[in-house]
Design a protein around this ligand. Structure first.
Ligand code: PGA
Length: 251
């Protein structure tokens, strides 16, 4: 179902103590808020169980930043979807551009990760987006189309109904260079059209598509006001409770 979501991707930041402080602050400050969006907190894997304990008493949900493409077995250092599920994780980011770039994750590998997450009844937040050179060459629509088709379009209509897509132009991530609301809307509308072609108009209308890339408490209102932007995947600005909550109040 199409839902408004604000998800915070903490990336590789914060000690356990700092993480618990931030989670606790979020839980307290969210207590008397009446938000119209779902709030998802994606801390490093080591802190997921602690975050889930706080989430039990609060309105936010917990997401992981990554998952293994394998079900279980001899994969030293990896974390499976089953493990995430066992500590009550609800969402899992799949295919963040940093995973694609630094860990060579391609669309086919990501399709397997999406499958693992769905197998355990969690919701994948599947990331797509072009690098600056691709936008300059005007091939950004082709790149995003390929990422979506190869990573997601093997799914049945039923499976696809549990997918959240995050459009994150790589040139906007952590750079302070946000896409303009028009650029975001243009790509989100394009993605929704791709979904309509594959799964039909209802599936497309029901699909949640988030924007990510230097989204902050100042620019969120304008971005979220776009017809096809259903919320945000927030990096840097999710590390401060007040900024993150302000973004969640931007609808
Ligand atoms: P940013 O990161 O908000 O710091 O640009 C977004 C993301 O990487 O998901």
């Amino acid at each position: 179902m199409r839902t408004k979501i604000v998800a915070g991707n903490w990336k590789m930041n914060k000690s356990f103590q700092e993480a618990e402080e931030l989670i606790g602050e979020l839980a307290t400050k969210l207590e008397d808020k009446e938000l119209i969006c779902e709030v998802v907190v994606c801390p490093p894997a080591l802190y997921l169980e602690m975050a889930s304990d706080y989430a039990d008493e609060s309105i936010f949900c917990v997401g992981a930043q990554n998952v293994s493409e394998h079900e279980h077995g001899a994969y030293t250092g990896e974390i499976s979807a089953e493990m995430l599920d066992s500590v009550d994780v609800d969402f899992c980011i799949v295919g963040h551009s940093e995973r694609r770039k630094y860990f060579d994750e391609d669309n086919y590998l990501l399709a397997n990760k999406v499958n693992r997450v769905l197998d355990h009844d969690m919701i994948p937040i599947y990331c797509c987006g072009e690098v600056i050179e691709e936008r300059e060459k005007n091939i950004h629509f082709d790149i995003v189309e390929q990422q979506i088709k190869e990573g997601l379009f093997h799914l049945s209509e039923d499976e696809f109904s549990n997918i959240v897509i995050a459009y994150e132009p790589v040139w906007a991530i952590g750079t302070g260079l946000t896409a303009t609301p028009e650029q975001a809307q243009e790509m989100h509308a394009f993605i929704r059209k791709l979904v309509a072609k594959k799964y039909g108009e209802t599936a497309a209308a029901d699909c949640t598509i988030l924007y990510g890339g230097s989204c902050n408490a100042q620019n969120a209102v304008e971005l979220f006001a776009q017809k096809d932007v259903d919320g945000g995947l927030i990096g840097g600005a999710s590390l401060k409770a007040d900024d993150f909550i302000k973004i969640a109040e931007s609808f």
